[in-house]
Design a protein around this ligand. Structure first.
Ligand code: GDP
Length: 295
């Protein structure tokens, strides 16, 4: 992802070393490199345009400092603007002030929802909470089995959903069962479809209204690039998403989804999935991501 953007910028600006100010002419080459890198990474076109113009506005007219090369100076600005574009600071999970917290996971089939439920259970346990896994995909017994197995492996309790139950009823019963078991955080793994569809959205709206979750997290596959961002927007319109999880960031995803999702939807990316194991989930930090991109 973003091969050598720092190197590219450094060499573009090398000739300015020592003196002078950054002018329209001499930053144009550098901005071209940033623009290229953003488009190569499959960043949303409008987002790329906005961030370039912000970088330009800040870089223009700057004195070239003695202590930094002009390249480093621009890299610092790029770094800060990328961080801002991704939401500036890490957004933590919200929990209910009283009673059990429900975290609803939504997303297309295959996006990594069930795997993420397991990863979040691991994460929650590490921060001292007691997770309870709730499979709600009553249309696919295999999905219920998958989460039940995952829970067993991790020694995290799983609600015994059956395919003849209504999704909302499962969530309501699960809340009571969680209380009996002393669990404080329900991870609700909702049904996914291969494509966006109205029936599914209506069911998810119904569950959301019925259980009033502290978090409604959309899980999307980073490998699908701008499609992930578009899907995020569609889910957000219907369900008022509280944040995103981008999975498969360990693959050869070009990074565009992570870079654009906040700027396009206004909602934060909270976690990234970086592998198939339960431990392969990282809280998303815009500043760290930006530094990683710049190398
Ligand atoms: P669901 O249909 O949305 O519940 O998707 P699953 O949780 O079953 O995941 C679909 C596939 O993606 C599985 O093979 C997972 O192991 C894989 N997967 C999920 N998250 C990640 C990730 O962060 N990295 C990688 N490499 N694979 C992942």
């Amino acid at each position: 992802m973003f091969d050598n953007l720092s190197d590219r910028l450094d060499s573009v600006f090398k000739k300015l070393k020592g003196h002078g100010t950054l002018t329209e002419n001499n930053i144009e080459d550098g901005l071209k490199q940033v623009r290229l890198a953003l488009l190569e990474a499959d960043v949303n076109y409008k987002v790329a345009k906005n961030v370039i113009s912000d970088i330009k506005a800040r870089a223009l007219g700057q004195e070239v400092m003695q202590s930094l090369t002009p390249g480093q100076q621009v890299i610092k600005i790029v770094n800060e603007e990328f961080t801002k574009m991704m939401g500036s600071t890490h957004q933590e999970l919200s929990f209910a002030a009283t009673g059990a917290t429900s975290i609803m996971l939504v997303g297309l089939q295959g996006s990594g929802k069930t795997t993420t439920a397991g990863k979040l259970a691991h994460f929650l346990r590490k921060i001292g909470r007691k997770p309870y896994l709730v499979p709600v995909d009553v249309y696919r017994p295999a999905a219920i089995d998958q989460l039940t197995k995952l829970g067993k492996q991790m020694d995290v309790p799983v609600f015994a959903s059956t395919t003849d139950m209504k999704p909302l009823k499962i969530c309501q019963d699960a809340k009571l069962a969680a209380r009996d078991l002393g669990c404080d955080t329900l991870l609700i793994d909702t049904a996914g479809r291969l494509h966006l569809d109205d029936t599914l959205m209506a069911e998810l709206e119904d569950i959301k209204k019925g259980i009033n979750p502290a978090e409604t997290l959309l899980v999307a596959d980073a490998m699908t690039g701008q499609d992930a961002v578009n899907i995020a927007g569609e889910f957000d319109k219907r369900l008022d998403i509280s944040g995103f999880v981008l999975t498969k960031m360990d693959g050869d995803a070009r990074g565009g989804a992570a870079l654009s999702i906040k700027a396009v939807t206004g909602k934060p990316l909270k976690f990234i999935g970086v592998g198939e194991k339960n431990t392969a989930l990282e809280p998303f930090h815009p500043d760290r991501m930006s530094s990683r991109i710049l190398g």
